[in-house]
Write a protein that binds this ligand. Sequence first.
Ligand code: MSP
Length: 649
Amino acid sequence: MCEKCKGNYYITTPIYYPSAKLHIGHAYCTVATDTMARFKRLQGYDVMFLTGTDEHGQKIEDKAKEAGVTPQQFVDNIVTGEKGVLDLWKLMNISYDRFIRTTDDYHVSAIQKIFKKMYENGDIYKGKYTGKYCKPCESFWTESQLVDGKCPDCGREVQDAEEEAYFFRLSKYADRVQDLLENTDFLEPRSRVSEMVNNFIKPGLEDLCVSRTSFTWGVPVDFDPGHVVYVWIDALFNYMTALGFENDKYQDLDKFWPADVHFIGKEIVRFHSIIWPAMLMSLNLPLPKKVYGHGWLLLDGGKMSKSKGNVVDPYVLSQRFGVDALRFFLLRSFPFGSDGNFSNELLINTINVDLANDLGNLVSRTVAMAQKYFGEHLPAEQLADEEKDAELIAMVSGLRDVYEAQMEKYAFQNALAEVFKVISRANKYIDENAPWVLAKSEENKPRLARVLYNLLETVRICGGLLSPFMPDTAAEIGKRLGGAAMDWDSLKVFGTLAADVATVAGNPLFPRIDLEKELAALEELHKASAEPQEDPLPEPLPEITFDQFEKVEMTVVKVLACEKVKKSDKLLKFTLDDGTKEPRQILSGIAKYYQPEELVGKTLVAVTNLAPRKMMGQMSCGMLLSAERGDKLNLVMLSDNIPAGSRLV
Ligand code: MSP
């Protein structure tokens, strides 16, 4: 620890899946973490703020395949490419100290060592996995954990899975983890504790499957080729490998571990409050001091998605409203521990009321009056009026402590509410003291100077306390007060500014936004971004000879019956009349595009000399012809007067 520092402080965000563009919900946690990190630096701590990307797993492998690139190229593009994760954090003024990518070599080899250690100490063993797998969440579930047969985290369909796999003895740590959750402040908010204990621990904590063989994009288990380490083991240990655990790249483990807090979203609390401590217990490592599971930003009460009429792209929002306004809005409008409903209207109203009206006006009016009545410097000769000044000064002097108490509880919204109480009080103080009336007579000038001084001091202290939330705005406020002190100690002391403080005029900090016009503009933007893009033409195939073409048998078929294939959301099973006496069965992955009943009786075209193959345990003898482009698919249909069995020529 450095001599002047208050201590070390280690805070982390979840590392992001670079499987899609980040939306404002993703930015929420990182902005909160950044605010906390800046607050701790302001207090005088030596801070390590870690963020990064979680780049392995089947989802990434699949997406890369879809995009026709390697998984590494795919993640590189989303992380380091234009408007990628790194660009976004830069834009949003995220002051991280370290950025980890789970594909970094030092992390990969550290994960291999960690996995081996747990294997050698007997907490990882080889077994057979049968169960359910949720692909989007990369999570394994037992039958009893499913909710209505679906993934309990995201509510989506799960798939059957069976394979040889390694398991972690999670069950062995059930009692210790339960004790940790129930009898310490490890997990907050407390409401999440009962959810974990009742839903996951009490029904019986089963051992966790921690390796996969069905895909390759992961950290290889070095002592058993073919297995890759379960992505959550790989991901969770980032918090330690990024400090140098089991690698030589960094040497900060002693200084910063255990972490002071992991900020995470509510849907990944299970991983952080059950699996993570259990693995650390297995390795006899100190546990993080706290895990805080924040709420979600919702759209119309549901998940963020592009289709819901609001612009949620943090790039667009920052561009239109400014980064500080956006950062402020996220932490001012929603209690951190609970869900909140995001809307563009709420964003604009918050900017207008809090930033343009209350804060912006206070700063503009105060500085403008100081300049108008006294020029660059306030006069040092000032006249206090204890009765009229007492309430404001008391509030401002006490502000740092009440703000700090809220910040220590991660109650960002309450901390901001305390600051804005003072800002409102200061605006009222202007009206009570009517500087424009005092300015009319020369003898009132010392009183006028004192009124303006009190206001400038209020602006300084509020500006300083807002700096973790709005770093650029705080710096601008400091500039307007002639480079005023905004360090932690000075934010407690009313009267820090020199009496003859110099002020600097400037434009309004937050211009008022015309709500109706802006909403209409955003609506247009939303429509434009939602407009379907023309999908590129498929690549031409190599030429074939006429002989080759003639070998494909294309036959007219009539649909006798059609039904969905159980346990598959893609496949339809067709029973077809192909002109022979025997009905022909074909499975086709078109359930997304057609209802089975609408196809019965239709005349279609099938390739009938294709080698039969098994899909989901059923035979498929041929292939129905269809045309596909982007998200559209049309079966090739003929008019009914052509009999089944006719050949296409
Ligand atoms: N890769 C894992 C985390 C591994 S940490 C060892 C992951 N990544 S994620 O990209 O899917 O999500 C990152 C974070 O964004 C999570 O904490 C998640 O809760 C948060 N959010 C995603 N959508 C959100 C909202 N709509 N609102 C608030 N936070 C949300 O999970």
